[in-house]
Design a protein around this ligand. Sequence first.
Ligand SMILES: [Zn+2]
Length: 72
Amino acid sequence: MRHFRNGQTVEGHITVVLEREQSTLVFKNVPAQICENCGEEYLSADIHRKLLQKAEDAVYRGVDLELLRFAA
Ligand SMILES: [Zn+2]
């Protein structure tokens, strides 16, 4: 989170792909901080936790591939 502390990021939305076991999840419209210098993307701990929860749920449901619009 070095870039974040430097205040060199801008707010934006990104697409995140998560692969867990046999499941691939594509989350669109995920809020993120994007580094103005290198384009690296940072998720807040809260957003990260929600993504992982949804991923675990998809694995449980036996999803192969799912495309989701992220909603907090
Ligand atoms: Zn950077």
